[in-house]
Design a protein around this ligand. Structure first.
Ligand code: GCO
Ligand code: MG
Length: 408
């Protein structure tokens, strides 16, 4: 069996999805997602210029060897661009394998450990009352878990992932007015003064059962993060996400000495080496890698298995930047993984997105139900894809009030 061709598409409804389609000499095909938020053209170029020409003629069933060939063969290893490109190939090869076996992918991993996967939604508010209203909307829809982000009084620009107007949603942070980012202002002191009481007020309003998550988006120093984690303990969070800059794996040691708040980190990681220390030293409780950014299913599974040895559960990244192909790969891992924790999932399944990526995966009352179709269980409609093209966009950047650049 041989790979005969592979095509790369960039575009989608309100997003720049990077979709890879690998064709075989037996008429079948597999799909992969290489979307790297706000840098989408780069994994697409890596695929087109270097990886696809090498893929032609390879046996698509040898997904492990193909992964090693690209990873080791590049010599300059890792990094988000390369790993997203390898990730798309790896997903597509698993898709082909599942279709050959005529089984949904989770069966090839070891079957189901659960019927469906708990997901969390994003509640956002310009102030606490606005946030409470947003949480209520999700609780009423049956969600058991909600990430809460709130505007901070006195902070111009408000804070990470906070909407501009009351009642508005801010799920997707890309601004498509061009590649020059807008500037948001950050003030750790004001944030640390306000947020612990706000989280406690949410706990009191919604009672003991709601799973409350909060994302610091890498903005505190190790000492600040330790103090913050201690201060939010009474709110009994499901997790505190990215309290410190993710590249410093040692940064969480101080937090661990001062607090038992569950910690989640990893959405910016590209490999097992980025989280090895965090997992082996048991400095985290949830690993948040995305299948796309860590080189696909082959490498993500290695991370999940290392995590399982150290009581670390999964909480795969599921920001709307990932296409339904990555979300499908994660859905299969979620129903299999013995150490599944939770899945981030934003309901952005607009009609256009469903038309571009038809599937039987479904979300119901805060739970994701995996499709029983062979392979990944998601398709790609090329005639729909013709409607879209790349749109330049950017994340905002964060600066302190005096102008100093900070972590977005
Ligand atoms: C999350 C993340 C995202 C990122 C985004 C960057 O927890 O979902 O923090 O919202 O900001 O993926 O591209
Ligand atoms: Mg996050």
């Amino acid at each position: 069996m041989k790979i005969t061709d592979a095509k790369v598409f960039v575009g989608g409804p309100g997003k720049n999805y990077v979709t890879l389609k690998i064709m075989t000499d037996q008429g079948g095909y597999g799909l992969g997602d290489a979307t790297l938020n706000n840098r989408e053209t780069l994994p697409a170029a890596y695929l087109r210029d270097y990886l696809v020409p090498n893929l032609i003629g390879m046996d698509p069933r040898n997904s492990e060897d193909i992964w090693q060939f690209f990873y080791r063969g590049a010599y300059f290893r890792r990094g988000p661009i390369a790993m997203a490109a390898f990730g798309a190939i790896d997903m597509a090869l698993w898709d082909i394998k599942g279709k050959l076996a005529n089984m949904p992918l989770y069966q090839l991993f070891g079957g189901k450990s659960r019927d469906s996967a708990m997901v969390y939604a994003h509640a956002t508010g310009t102030d606490l009352e606005d946030l409470m209203a947003s949480i209520t909307r999700y609780v009423d829809q049956g969600y058991e878990a909600v990430r809460v982000q709130c505007g901070i009084p006195g902070m111009p620009g408000s804070g990470y992932a906070v909407p501009e107007e009351k009642g508005a949603k801010r799920d997707y942070i890309t601004d498509f007015s061009g590649v020059r980012p807008k500037v948001e202002i950050w003030d750790s002191e004001r944030y640390m003064r306000f947020m612990p009481d706000a989280l406690m007020a949410i706990r009191e309003r919604f009672g003991p059962d709601l799973k409350i998550l909060h994302d610091v988006h890498h903005r505190l120093t190790p000492r600040e993060a330790a103090a913050f984690a201690k201060a939010v303990e009474p709110a009994r969070l499901f997790w505190l996400e990215d309290p410190t800059p993710a590249e410093d794996q040692g940064a969480l040691r101080l937090l661990r000495q001062h607090s038992t708040v569950p910690v989640a980190i990893g959405e910016v990681f590209n490999s097992i080496w980025d989280c090895q220390k965090l997992i082996e030293e048991e400095l985290i409780d949830f690993i948040r890698v995305a299948v796309t950014y860590v080189g696909g299913i082959t490498h993500a599974k290695r991370i999940v298995e290392l995590a399982a040895l150290h009581h670390v559960r999964t909480g795969f990244h599921g920001a709307p930047s990932h296409s339904p192909i990555c979300m499908a790969a994660q859905a299969h891992l979620n129903v299999w993984a013995p150490n599944f924790g939770i899945q981030e999932y934003l309901v952005l399944g607009t009609d256009e997105c469903d038309a571009l990526f038809p599937s039987d995966h479904r979300m119901e009352r805060g739970r994701f139900h995996v499709s029983e179709a062979p392979g990944l269980g998601v398709d790609f409609d090329e005639s729909q894809a013709e409607r879209y093209s790349f749109q330049p966009g950017s994340h905002p950047v964060a600066r302190l009030e005096d102008g100093t650049m900070w972590n977005y």
